[in-house]
Design a protein around this ligand. Structure first.
Ligand code: HEM
Length: 97
């Protein structure tokens, strides 16, 4: 989730507004989205909010924690180093792989 453009999972049928939003997910954009998805990206399809300002940072930290990134993603490193197959300790799903 972190660092990737909104609506970039190819198999999910996103609303057009989210696909055209130009948003990249980070702490700030996720916070705005979770307060009020429609206020942030008008006419999207998520009817759920996290109005509690103490809960939101926890949700966002969790998402950061479980989001793959170049340093954490064993497979993207393997691919960039020419496909040498090390046995990864933990394989994370990575949109770059
Ligand atoms: C804490 C819980 C939740 C978080 C953190 C969250 C976060 C997000 C984020 C970041 C996106 C954008 C996805 C992307 O760009 O790939 C999204 C999309 C979406 N979410 Fe949630 N969501 C939550 C709960 C829910 C719930 C409970 C529902 C439904 C009952 C829901 C329905 C949707 C839908 C339908 C979309 C696609 C919106 C569109 O295409 O316009 N979400 N959500």
């Amino acid at each position: 989730m972190f660092g990737r453009p909104a609506a970039s999972v190819a198999t999910f049928p996103y609303w057009e507004s989210l696909r055209k939003s130009g948003v990249t997910w980070d702490s700030s954009s996720l916070d705005k989205w979770l307060v009020d998805p429609d206020g942030f990206v008008p006419d999207n399809d998520m009817a759920f909010r996290v109005p509690n300002k103490e809960e939101r940072p926890m949700v966002i930290e969790y998402l950061k924690d479980v989001s793959p990134n170049e340093d954490a993603c064993v497979r993207s490193k393997t691919v960039r180093r020419g496909g040498r197959a090390w046995m990864p300790v933990a394989v994370l799903e990575c949109i770059r792989c």
